[in-house]
Design a protein around this ligand. Structure first.
Ligand SMILES: Nc1ncnc2c1ncn2[C@@H]1O[C@H](COP(=O)(O)OP(=O)(O)OP(=O)(O)O)[C@@H](O)[C@H]1O
Ligand SMILES: [Mg+2]
Length: 381
């Protein structure tokens, strides 16, 4: 187990048995305090793995409280969330707390063979609708949400599917990564969510169709906060295009505020990119709790499609151990696909392009083609 397993739920259940194959989550309180909003190190090219190295010990730090899932407050700036906490060992898991949400209750694992629903299967008559709606969410910043949204969307498109990407992040990174300037767009998701402008009016055709963001979106949470049905604004907006696409991929901001709640309320599935660093994996319980609240109150169908290890630097023991911890704690929810570090991921957005277009034959593009295959094989096509 070693250094990195401290604070994670041991690999046994409360009755001392090994965890179920569905990858139960560590219970809340079993993990050390959540991590700071550290940005990833600059992308580096892949190189062969060297001999084992001693992993660095990093003092845990604590996040500031996350936005309320009800999302009435404007989202916190990532940089504002990191305050230091003493580097103490976390308390061991409390196995006596029978009231806490069990992992299977919380996550409703979907990655077991035969457990997938048919494409678009959802609440009510939504089983008839065409699009599968996937959110890419993790309240931690810089874990490759936007990179994954774009490149997986383009990989779906390459495999013959009609895809809409929705930029729900006021940073507008997804919009920019398709060569569109968020400061110059006529209409954006703000107008859709707040003023109920038809979403078709903010869709631009690029490698895939993209519903764009602008900086205005930063004010959407406040503007929506007094509206009745504020959590369902996106779901309602997407109803107009849900039969035009096979996949709708929603990029979310690094918070669990009202924009992310809208995304999760509109979605069938959530893909959770996780940077392969110990400190990056601790916010997953908060995301799990938010999802549980969404399921109970707004959208019973939303489930985690998979947890995606990103920015994997296979040269380091640290990264290997981080992936092992993910697999020990989340089991089959962890995708088999791995997104390794590659400089192309940083270069492609500068050209307003996905890596699949920027370097179609490169490894980086293939990582997302493999992920697309895995998602499609898993029943999401
Ligand atoms: N596999 C990778 N290898 C190297 N660099 C990567 C990789 N994936 C993403 N990056 C780079 O890491 C940075 C953060 O990625 P990205 O913007 O996708 O994260 P994010 O989770 O959307 O961030 P935010 O929370 O701010 O929205 C970007 O500069 C991106 O180019
Ligand atoms: Mg992003």
């Amino acid at each position: 187990m070693g250094l990195f397993n401290r604070g994670f739920k041991p690999n046994v259940s409360r009755n001392g048995q090994p965890p179920p194959a569905n990858g139960d989550l560590p219970a809340e309180g079993a993990l050390p305090p959540a991590e700071p909003q550290a940005r990833p190190e600059p992308a580096i090219p892949e190189e062969p793995a060297p001999e084992r190295a001693v992993p660095e010990q990093v003092a845990p730090e604590r996040d500031a409280p996350l936005d309320s899932p009800a999302g009435h407050a404007p989202r916190a700036e990532p940089a504002a969330r990191a305050t230091s906490a003493p580097p103490v060992n976390p308390a061991p898991p409390d196995h006596s707390d029978e009231d806490r949400i069990s992992a299977s209750e919380a996550l409703a694992p979907t990655r077991r063979p035969g457990s997938s629903r048919p494409p678009g299967a959802a609440i009510g008559d939504e089983s008839e609708r065409r699009a599968k709606i996937i959110s890419f969410a993790n309240q931690k910043g810089g874990v490759a949400k936007t990179t994954t949204t774009l490149n997986l969307a383009v990989a779906f498109d390459e495999s013959g599917h009609d895809v809409l990407a929705v930029d729900l992040d006021p940073q507008g990174n997804l919009t920019m990564s398709q060569g569109i300037d968020p400061d110059k767009v006529d209409g954006s998701m703000y107008d859709v969510l707040v003023d109920h402008v038809p979403i078709r009016e903010v869709i631009h055709e690029r490698e895939i169709d993209i519903a764009v963001a602008s900086i205005d979106l930063a004010g959407a949470e406040i503007a929506m906060s007094m509206q009745i049905g504020r959590e369902r604004s996106l779901e309602k907006a997407l109803a107009a295009v849900v039969d035009d696409y096979d996949f709708i991929c929603i990029d979310t901001p690094p918070s669990l505020g009202l924009l992310t709640v809208n995304a999760l309320t509109a979605s069938d599935k959530v893909i959770v990119p996780v940077q392969c660093e110990y400190l990056s994996m601790r916010g997953l319980v908060q995301l799990q709790n938010t999802l549980q609240m969404i399921r109970e109150n707004l959208n019973p169908r939303v489930q985690i499609e998979g947890i995606l290890p990103t920015m994997l630097d296979s040269r380091t023991v640290h990264a290997k151990e981080a992936v092992e911890i993910l697999e020990e704690n989340f089991g089959e929810l962890v995708f088999k696909s791995r997104i390794r570090k590659a400089i192309k991921f940083a270069e492609a957005p500068v050209r307003g392009s996905s890596v699949l277009k920027y370097d179609p034959k490169g490894n980086a593009a293939n990582y997302y083609r493999e992920l697309a295959k895995e998602v499609l094989t898993n029943g999401a096509s």
